[in-house]
Write a protein that binds this ligand. Structure first.
Ligand SMILES: [Zn+2]
Length: 377
């Protein structure tokens, strides 16, 4: 019998999980702790207002107060509204990995136009991106979407650097998205480089990689701070989707992170099939913990088959140049992890005291400090 948490739907198979005498898992307890650390309601509003006042002061002589990463998804679209509502002058920033869904592109346009917000976009060369994407497949690791995740983080910093902006807003919410267990996905610039050097052939010229040196410049010298505003408000995903579509004509694309086709393929097909990683468990558990979904509904939903668009799978094979046979070979190849390749991980571990300080100064998120600087075992 596998032990399942009495509150959420995490079970023994989740990395680093433990259960207390009440049968509640360590991730639920972490959620409770974060709930206290990041209060919502009136108290949360007060904290957010204080942050916003500081942002306005810092932005006085600049064209913008904050960079907000946009994907066309619900969280980032809502952040644009929130920023406007709080009287901020945001600059939207978007990394285009050339696999955006049509709806995502329309959503970004609709939201920025209707709220009169400028958009900074970085588009990667599609041959380069395809080569890198293919390289991650050949490496047989879970992180095939990492080049996008890391590039969008860099794009936000590039936008901030260009206009001298000191704040970046991130749309993460532990109450709706959850806390991804360490070991499921890893990312850093060195990892991207190693995989590319080992398996790729096209020269990287346009991919905005987050090299250690320039990242440290942005956090230590420029002091660009990352804020997660959704942590401080009563953020309800279903209500927000309705609000956005009613007020702006924003469109729902059918699932978390599904606005991008590589993300959709990764989360709904690649990770569950090759690594038995089901990110929906994460999302649903978070919704249970924050009272936005019942445990019974989560259990029922998680048993339903995942929505995988066969056209996306066909497109991936075609664009990456994989024959049916080669694709199956890759899907069935032995699993590897970032530990099999050269990364910055050891360096992050050695720099643990430094990153603790950076976390305390709001220059790196707590989740980075917790996950990346802890020793692997
Ligand atoms: Zn739990």
């Amino acid at each position: 019998m596998t032990q399942v948490c009495k509150r959420c739907i995490y079970d023994e198979s989740i990395p680093k999980i433990s259960f207390d005498e009440e049968g509640i898992c360590s991730y639920c307890r972490l959620h409770e702790q974060m709930d206290r650390e990041y209060p919502t309601g009136e108290e949360g509003r007060k904290i957010l207002n204080t942050i916003v006042e500081k942002m306005k002061l810092q932005g006085r002589k600049k064209s913008y107060d904050v960079v907000i990463g946009v994907s066309g998804g619900c969280d980032s679209s809502y952040m644009l509204c929130l920023a406007r509502e709080l009287g901020l002058r945001p600059l939207a920033a978007h990394f285009d990995n050339t696999w955006n869904s049509k709806i995502a592109v329309e959503n970004i346009r609709t939201m920025t136009e209707k709220l009169d917000i400028d958009l900074f976009t970085h588009v990667v060369d599609n041959k380069e991106y395809t080569d890198l994407f293919r390289s991650f497949f050949r490496a047989s690791v879970p992180e095939i979407d990492t080049p996008s995740d890391i590039s969008l983080a860099t794009t936000h910093y590039l936008a901030a650097e260009k206009y001298g902006v000191k704040y970046i807003w991130e749309g993460h919410s532990f109450r709706t998205e959850g806390i991804t267990p360490p070991g499921w996905v890893y990312m850093d610039a060195k990892y991207v480089q190693t995989i590319h050097r080992t398996f790729g052939s096209v020269k990287m010229k346009t991919l905005p990689n987050l090299w250690m040196r320039r990242w440290l410049k942005w956090i230590v010298v420029d002091k660009v701070r990352k804020i997660r505003p959704l942590y401080y408000i009563d953020y309800n995903k279903e209500e927000t989707k309705k609000f956005l579509s009613k007020k702006f004509g924003w469109q729902w694309y059918g699932g978390h992170h599904m606005e991008n086709r590589t993300a959709s393929f990764t989360n709904n097909y690649y990770l569950p099939r090759k690594f038995s990683i089901n990110l929906r468990i994460c999302e649903y558990s978070a919704l249970i913990r924050s009272g936005q979904m019942s445990r019974d509904e989560a259990l029922a939903r998680v048993r339903q088959p995942r929505p995988v668009d066969p056209e996306i799978i066909a497109e991936i094979k075609k664009r990456l140049g994989f024959s049916e046979e080669e694709f199956e070979q890759i899907m069935n190849a032995p699993r590897k992890t970032y530990r099999d390749y050269k990364t910055y991980k050891r360096r992050f571990e050695r720099m643990r005291p430094f990153f603790w300080l950076m976390y305390k100064m709001d220059l790196v998120p707590k989740s980075f400090y917790v996950k990346y600087t802890a020793r692997d075992n």
